[in-house]
Write a protein that binds this ligand. Structure first.
Ligand code: ADP
Length: 454
């Protein structure tokens, strides 16, 4: 009620003005009625004029952009201006706060790896984040207010959206590369819909790989098992000569051996996947490792090939001995297995300029056609299935080699030409290679480093 007192004072001033005017008019004209009339008129006119000026000032401020403050008049108009201004500032502040919160909320959804897309009741896009735009190949600005079904025309998606049964997610191939999306729709508000999309390409691929792996393992085990059970039935049902029996037992032993090798390779792979990375300071002497590999290869070849597998490297490699042995042995036995009698297999070692080391196994064998090379390290991938099985292969060897090399920070490289032979190279990073003579140096350096640290 702060405006009341100034208002009363103003009314009092108007009365005073009217009185003065009345007195002056009476003195000039001597007419009572005229002086009264003009006095009242003057007082009311003065009041109206002040109101009109102040009201107009407030009105002008309201018509403008209200960036400056409202007119600071006293009394009713001043109070009115102040109240209106305060209400407007409060509303602006609330709006700005709402806008910041909305921006934060939208940025959070924007940052989500999942696609979020809002549709109105006409299936028009109200808003979508970048992930959704990417998943559905949309332009987040240009495609706003467009019907989603005009832009995403995959029949399965259109049918799913229009059927209105959203209990189960829709799994949709994106048509771009091998991508797969899982799509969920939720209804909200009045006829609005929220479309959530999740890129499940990797998950689908991993599931397919797992299924393939189980199918492959089952197939690999079923074949020798079928052979074994056939032999067992024959042994049970037919009277065989000792020679026939011995031959059958030999074949049975071969099949059992095949299953044992497969299980051993599977276990190796499982171990490689589940164990920590090899320590960088456990040194393995390469020459003695190569001697073991060479002895096995010589037994396998039984003099059918010219083998040169024992270079004197004087090198040590940092890693896990059993894994390194398995990698080199797999490559050398493959070279022997896939090289016809009379061929050559050579193993060489060289230090590269950057300090890394390269172990190469070169054969003059069957070779591999170019299109197979990128897939050789896939599990159970074989170029020539029958030769692989005949020679005791599981199809897992190169997959094991690749895993071992990855774990040691190295690389497996394959070059081959059909009919001319193959070169398999294992490249070890410099940090995992040292000359045997470096041992003392290495220890001294370590001692110096630890002394310096103390
Ligand atoms: P496998 O047990 O069948 O030998 P690997 O994973 O060791 O399985 O090798 C995959 C395939 O690569 C083999 O089946 C074979 O066809 C081919 N391969 C591997 N090494 C050689 C080689 N030295 N010469 C020719 N082909 C090879």
């Amino acid at each position: 009620m702060t405006w009341l007192l100034p208002r009363l004072l103003m009314a009092l001033a108007a009365v005073g003005l009217g009185f003065v005017v009345g007195v002056l008019v009476r003195a000039a004209s001597g007419s009572e009625a005229l002086s009264l009339g003009l006095g009242v008129l003057a007082g009311v006119a003065a009041l109206l004029l002040v109101d009109a000026v102040r009201g107009n000032r407030l009105l002008n401020w309201l018509r403008g952009n209200q960036l400056d403050s409202a007119p600071r008049d006293t009394g009713l108009w001043g109070e009115l201006g102040y109240r209106v201004e305060r209400a407007m500032r409060d509303r602006d502040r609330a709006l700005a706060r709402g806008r910041v919160e909305l921006d934060q909320f939208l940025s959070a959804i924007e940052a989500s790896p999942n696609g979020v897309l809002m549709l109105d009741r006409q299936e028009q896009i109200v808003w979508c984040n970048r992930a959704a735009a990417d998943h559905f190949a949309l332009d987040p600005r240009r495609d706003l207010q467009q019907r989603i079904t005009n832009l995403v025309r995959a029949p399965a998606f259109v049918a799913y959206l229009q059927a209105g049964r959203y209990a189960e997610p829709l799994v949709l191939g994106t048509g771009r590369g091998p991508g797969t999306l899982s799509i969920i729709v939720r209804e909200y508000g009045e006829g609005m819909r929220l479309v959530l999309s999740l890129d499940v390409t990797e998950r689908v691929r991993a599931e397919a790989m797992r299924r393939d792996f189980v199918a492959n393992v089952s197939h690999e085990i079923r074949t020798p098992l079928t052979v074994l059970s056939g032999f067992i039935e024959t042994l049970q049902a037919l009277p065989l000569t000792p020679v026939e029996r011995d031959r059958m037992l030999l074949l049975m032993a071969q099949q059992t051996q095949r299953m044992q090798t497969l299980v051993a390779d599977l276990l190796t792979l499982a171990q490689l996947e589940g164990s920590p990375r090899p320590a960088p300071d456990r040194w393995v002497a390469l020459d003695s490792l190569l001697a073991r590999v060479a002895a096995d290869a010589e037994a396998l070849s039984a003099g059918r090939h010219a083998l040169r597998l024992r270079p004197a490297t004087g090198v040590e490699l940092a890693g896990i001995e059993s894994e390194l042995l398995s990698a080199v042995a797999n490559l050398v036995t493959n070279a022997v297995r896939y090289t016809p009698d009379g061929g050559e297999v050579e193993l060489t070692w060289r230090l590269l300029e950057d300090g890394s080391g390269e172990l190469a196994i070169v054969d003059t064998g069957l070779g591999i056609a170019r299109e197979h090379i990128p897939r050789l390290t896939e599990r159970f991938y074989r170029v020539d299935g029958s030769r692989s099985r005949e020679t005791g292969g599981t199809g897992l060897g190169l997959s094991i080699v690749k895993h071992v090399m990855q774990r040691h920070g190295g690389e497996l490289m394959i070059q081959s030409e059909v009919g001319r032979g193959s070169r398999f190279r294992l490249v070890f990073p410099a940090a995992r290679v040292r000359q045997s003579g470096d041992v003392a140096l290495g220890d001294e350096a370590a001692f110096a480093a630890s002394a310096a640290a103390q």
